[in-house]
Ligand binder design. Structure first.
Ligand code: BG6
Length: 486
């Protein structure tokens, strides 16, 4: 990847968890790889009264363990020269003048304003930026998810932000789109002749998309208890993955072409009726249990979570994309915290052969699966049946494995690094357009409304399990099971 042009990047929420855990480490990695222009500055903004040195000390303490062997003292010393800390209260107009003073308002300079704050502050920050002229065409605005709490609040944010910035200045981030395997999914689908003819209802039985986390809500109990898994993960990450799997070939890789195709998928999602919500969605909440042998508390015992909370930490559902390519093919999506394993994957299950020549045990069906793994490691596996050595015609499941780390020795950029570089370079293709995001809300809202109106409380599941039993039930009604790597 080419080195960036000169830039400034301003992190609102610069002392927050995301900046310390993901964003600044991602920039460090880009710096270490020589991908940042020497004239690239980083401004972390925070409300607290602390000096630059204090900030850098905290930053280093947080970043070092995350970077492990990649933390090199001399590289870090170089990198920290780029960083400044500014005290700014997003609600105080006067503080923005200090920001301009530190940055120097240069309309030719690429300046990224990254809003890693609570969404309630987005409108205020944008209005204040516009007031001081920090909305000129070279300003790029990054909006972290969740963008609002529902369609109405997300529309309100988008409308107000749209008053201050052009749509092509707005980068709505979904870090899952920056993951290498997601882009590889496009490469294998549209760069090869092998898969595309099979990528349709005639040959695909069903599709599963799983994002399972071992982590609980950590320090984010307050945020999470008002959000839940459907808003936090499904409305964004899982639907974006579904779009990547289901979309038609775009006319080019230009941002509008890709985004138009994704929007068509979102518009083709079958709306949920009340019966669908009751029969095809599963809500869960973790109880205490063990993760990798260590005991962990239940969700309701987590800090800042209501002791009688009915927020879901798990959701599974069956979706359908109503178009010529996908009509009748179930898409099973699930995500949860405190699950047995950290894994994110898309599994394409192909149909069984039309006539069974061989006796294949039930656990070997369906024979053909394509497993696109995003986490913990990135790979694409194609499963098929092969004859096991010996006299008898005994079939065995085998796979071709494309392990990106082994195959391509090159360094793999983490999703945030990739996306931050895209913003500096001005590439919008991997960011969500306003209409895409609104459409995702349109689709999930009836689920939220039905859960609330019918008092659907989440089903408990033990931490370290695969979620409530009802999640397996959802699939077994369709005669299938969740994919588990063997
Ligand atoms: C974030 C969610 O968007 O994604 C978190 O808000 C979640 O709740 C995280 O833990 C998962 O991201 P990753 O890349 O670690 O799978």
């Amino acid at each position: 990847m080419a080195c960036t042009p000169p830039f400034d990047i301003v992190f609102f929420g610069g002392t927050g968890d995301l900046a310390l855990r993901k964003l600044i480490p991602a920039l460090y990695q880009a710096h270490r790889a020589g991908l940042l222009h020497a004239d690239g500055r980083i401004f972390a903004l925070g409300r607290g009264a602390q000096g630059r040195e204090d900030y850098l000390r905290t930053l280093e303490t947080r970043v070092k363990p995350r970077l492990g062997a990649d933390f090199e003292s001399t590289t870090w010393a170089d990198f920290r020269d780029r960083i400044d800390f500014l005290q700014l209260d997003a609600n105080r107009q006067a503080d923005y003048a200090k920001l301009v003073e530190s940055l120097g308002l240069d309309a030719q300079r690429i300046t990224v304003c990254y809003l890693a704050t609570a969404p309630q502050l987005f409108i205020t920050i944008c209005e204040n930026l516009a007031r001081i002229g920090m909305n000129h065409p070279n300003i790029r605005l990054v909006l972290e998810k969740p963008l609002g709490h529902d369609l109405q609040s997300s529309n309100a944010i988008n409308a107000a932000v749209g008053e201050c910035f052009d749509e092509n200045q707005i980068y709505r981030i979904d870090h899952y789109l920056g993951k290498e395997s997601v882009q590889n999914l496009l490469a294998i689908r549209f760069g090869n002749t092998l898969f595309e003819p099979l990528w349709r209802r005639e040959w695909i039985d069903h599709i599963q998309i799983t994002i399972a986390e071992e982590l609980g809500v950590e320090e984010r109990g307050d945020f999470y208890d008002h959000t839940g898994a459907l808003r936090d993960m499904l409305q964004s990450h899982l639907l974006q993955l579904l779009c990547m799997v289901a979309m038609e070939p775009p006319s080019s890789l230009a941002e509008e072409a890709v985004r138009n195709e994704k929007l068509k998928v979102l518009k083709s999602l079958k709306p949920f009726s009340v019966e669908d919500v009751l029969g095809k969605t599963v809500r869960g909440q973790y109880r205490s249990g063990a993760i990798r042998g260590a005991p962990v508390p239940g969700y309701r015992e987590e800090p800042h979570v209501a002791p009688d909370s009915i927020t879901e930490t798990f959701v599974a559902l069956q979706a359908e994309v109503m178009n010529w390519r996908w009509a009748g093919v179930p898409f099973f999506l699930r995500t949860g915290k405190r699950m047995q394993e950290r894994v994110a994957e898309i599994v394409i299950h192909f149909r069984p052969v039309p006539h069974a020549l061989f006796h294949t045990p039930f656990n070997l069906q369906p024979a053909n699966k394509l497993v696109i793994r995003l986490q913990p490691s990135e790979s694409i596996r194609l499963y098929f049946l092969a004859k096991a050595p010996g006299d008898a015609m005994n079939l065995q499941s085998a796979y071709l494995n494309l392990d990106f780390h082994t195959l391509f020795k090159a360094r793999h950029a983490d999703a945030y690094e990739r996306l931050l570089l895209d913003v500096i370079h001005g590439r919008l293709a991997l960011f969500m357009r306003r209409d895409e995001q609104a459409q995702a809300w349109v689709w999930v809202e009836p689920i939220l409304a039905c859960w609330q109106q019918h008092g659907i409380a989440p089903k408990p599941y033990i931490s370290g399990s695969w979620g409530p039993a009802a999640s397996s039930g959802l699939l077994s009604r369709a005669g299938v099971v969740w994919h588990e790597e063997n």
